[in-house]
Design a protein around this ligand. Structure first.
Ligand code: SF4
Length: 427
């Protein structure tokens, strides 16, 4: 059916890019697909799609909704049905032309294909699939495509999208069922968990298949959570995150500090501090790569300190484990020490096989000494602040300030296709 669009293409693109910018679950890559004769684009495993603005949001994918006309009324969302905003839509062909035009001009390296829920979840999912298949087959587009799974869409449509997409995501949006009920009443928990589980199974099935077979969603699945729209604590968010990684085999959980875009008495009037989002990303890293559990980092009702990173905070609460001797501590103990990352822990373990390590050797290994010295001895030498938590906290806070670099000034700025110079008016 021909979609009637009274607005010009430029006007619609402007509306639809604005409508898409608060979704952060599109970064990263993980696919590997080389170029082919007669096709355009290629995917490289290290991540063709990585690019972040100062506030941490991904911009290098073409991120635009197919339509911002929504049947749902999620209170926090600019596209909610009851919000009085201009509405627009693209046809699959228009979308494909846009992607290929931008790709050829080197503006993008991939696509984030998403949509508000027009008519029904299945109708919208089918629209995304039509576009996806058109891009892959008619336009022979082999670059990275991330497709949003629409909550409530039928499983056979999720399966079909997974045949062509590199990555898919179902946004969990809110950390608890109660919050979902309050702010996104049309979204039921199972509308989100069912497609997530299906995608997890696809990832699992892929792993059993021979490597030469084309993989479905080779870059896996991700999700996004809004932080601060509801009173849910960091501890609750982290528990949920841990469960998502464990039960749904997620590649990444993205956190998006709440930004007020519509007025509603059920929502906070101020944006969430971006430091909170940052602390959750740090904690997420600790869960995935440092062997921490969510309960070690925070009780369920707790929130992270905005002044100290979660690992330092944990170390101060566990001073009886420190200082550790750098020459004899286990790899796991090294990983749990503030200032020592995965690479440094590995380097320390390798280097100490050759000789006893001193603070000078650690400097050469590029260990972040201002932090680490508070928790280690090196060949018996100690340069810390004893076991006074306040003193350690004060020294750590100073270190964090020194190493934090340029701070975001609180302005929620995301790069737009319409920023001066971004597309030079060549649409
Ligand atoms: S379903 Fe909810 S979050 Fe998604 S576009 Fe519609 S109103 Fe926004």
């Amino acid at each position: 059916m021909e979609i009637q669009n009274p607005l010009s293409l430029d006007e619609r693109i402007k509306i639809l890019t604005e409508s898409a910018k608060f979704d952060v679950s599109c970064s990263s890559s993980g696919s590997a697909r080389s170029g082919a004769k007669g096709s355009i684009g290629a995917c490289h495993a290290p991540g063709v799609c990585h690019s972040f603005t100062g506030d941490g949001r991904c911009v290098s994918l073409l991120k635009i909704l197919m339509t911002n006309k929504c049947e749902f009324d999620c209170l926090y969302c600019i596209n909610r049905r009851s919000n009085d905003v201009p509405r627009a839509a693209l046809t699959p062909k228009e979308f494909c032309e846009l992607v290929v035009g931008f790709y050829r001009r080197n503006y993008i390296e991939g696509v984030f294909l998403s949509s508000a829920v027009e008519i029904s979840p299945d109708h919208t999912m089918q629209l995304l699939i039509d576009t996806l298949i058109m891009l892959r087959t008619e336009y022979k587009f082999r670059a990275y495509i991330h497709v949003k799974a629409i909550p409530g869409a039928s499983m056979h449509l999720i399966d079909l999208a997974a045949e062509y997409a590199d990555r898919m995501s179902v946004n969990i949006e809110l950390p608890t069922e109660a919050s979902l009920k309050l702010l996104a009443p049309q979204k039921k928990k199972e509308m989100i968990t069912a497609p997530m589980l299906r995608l997890a199974n696809i990832v699992y099935e892929n792993a059993q298949e021979p490597k030469y077979r084309a993989r479905r969603i080779p870059a896996g699945q991700t999700t996004q959570m809004i932080v601060g729209a509801t009173p849910d604590s960091d501890g609750q968010i982290l528990r949920l995150t841990e469960g998502l990684y464990r039960n749904f085999n997620l590649k990444r959980v993205y956190y998006s500090a709440y930004v007020p875009v519509v007025e509603n008495s059920s929502l906070p009037s101020l944006p969430t501090d971006l430091k909170r989002e940052n602390r959750l990303y740090q904690a997420d890293w600790l869960l995935r790569f440092y062997g921490f559990t969510s309960s070690e980092l925070l009780p369920v009702g707790g929130n992270f300190s905005l002044d100290l990173d979660p690992k330092s905070d944990w170390a101060i609460r566990n001073l009886d484990r420190f200082p550790i001797e750098i020459n004899t501590a286990s790899y796991e103990e090294l990983l749990r020490t503030p200032g020592i990352g995965v690479r440094n822990a590995y380097r320390i373990v390798a280097a100490r096989k050759q000789s006893l390590l001193t603070f000078d050797s650690l400097k050469k290994l590029r260990v972040s000494l201002p932090k680490a010295v508070l928790f280690i001895t090196a060949n018996g030498e100690y340069m810390g602040a004893g076991d006074n938590p306040d003193l350690i906290r004060a020294r750590l806070a100073k270190t964090n300030l020194l190493t934090a670099g340029k701070q975001n000034d609180g302005g929620y700025v995301q790069t737009s296709l319409f920023d001066e110079g971004t597309i030079s008016g060549e649409l």
